[in-house]
Design a protein around this ligand. Sequence first.
Ligand SMILES: Nc1ncnc2c1ncn2[C@@H]1O[C@H](COP(=O)(O)OP(=O)(O)OP(=O)(O)O)[C@@H](O)[C@H]1O
Length: 380
Amino acid sequence: MTLTTPMSPDGPPSVRIRDLTVVYRTAAGELPAVRDVSMDLAPGTVTGLVGESGSGKSTLALSLLNAVQPPGRISAGSVDIGGLGDVVQLRGDKLRQARGGQIGYVFQAAQNSLNPLKTVGKQLLDLGRSHDVKDLRALVAEARDLLARMGLDGARVLDSYQHELSGGMRQRVGIMLALVLNAHVVVLDEPTTALDMITQANILEIIREIHAERGLTTLVITHDIGVVAEVADEIAVMYGGRLVEQGPVRAVLGDPHHPYTRGLIQAIPRLTGDIDEAQALPGRPPTLTTIPDQGCVFRSRCALRMDVCDTVDPLFQSTGDRMVACHAVAPAATFTTTTSESEREMTPSRAWSGIGSGRREPAADGDGVVARETNEGDSA
Ligand SMILES: Nc1ncnc2c1ncn2[C@@H]1O[C@H](COP(=O)(O)OP(=O)(O)OP(=O)(O)O)[C@@H](O)[C@H]1O
């Protein structure tokens, strides 16, 4: 079925986040939930943002709409969205129009975020009026089309109250409301949480299809790596308010370079094979007050911890096909110049030799020493 709203004539927009820091006011002062994050969402891609609870995913995503609420605020950095400029600088009417108009957001637990006292159609009209939509009939037709595209009877759904719809139907209504004003950047926060497996699979398929057909740039936030594997082109991994790894999904999931990414993957129980293969990550993620203010944020849980990790923030830098922030992972330059046997041992997969076999201590001397030398050189 053809959608009434075609792909943007300029193509999907790019999103460029630079040096973004978001703080929350606490009894201990303002503390960063997102710190110095730089990342690009390539036009037309689905990026999956993963990390344990509290790693800063939702805070980062809200920054894309300049919608961080007090006691939080964006204290530094920029979010440039193609055709819009720096969203962090937008105020008043311009910001209100951008939200929903150009940037759609499907909130966490969208299934429960509809107004229980109004029909979906009434909420749609409220949305249209708040964005000064002149042709409300066309808006309703667009909503019906979108709902039909997602396998629902549009007219019936628009006449329904929240309690008359299943969880999966409400989630689709959330997606419709995020897209109906023709947004081309879409953020979905935990789009499949609390849905059964079949409905989850169905929603992920819908996200992919609509993403491709409408020419969107999409960010999906989830703590479930399975969701990322299913729906995303790129994966970004967050820990303690930092981005620790970002790259193509297949490359990163097939050969994770950061110890945290590897730990997340190893913690997934498999449907087949030995159930004991899944290893929970030891320790807990930090809270705002326990995130260290210098050195690597992951070091207290890291099997590859070295002295340098206590004092020097690892740079988020290219290791060839991806970006990684880890002192134990050699940057791209090292790979292109290595020739000798000992230098070849610097590759991340060598540094990982102990982890894959279930050993939970730093890699053997040679690897550890070489990695440390490499990184001390870098930070100099
Ligand atoms: N309103 C707030 N006031 C104070 N601290 C907050 C507030 N909202 C979030 N935080 C803190 O900021 C950090 C990041 O939270 P955020 O919700 O962005 O993480 P998340 O990765 O999205 O977690 P989840 O998956 O549980 O939603 C956490 O330590 C959280 O406790």
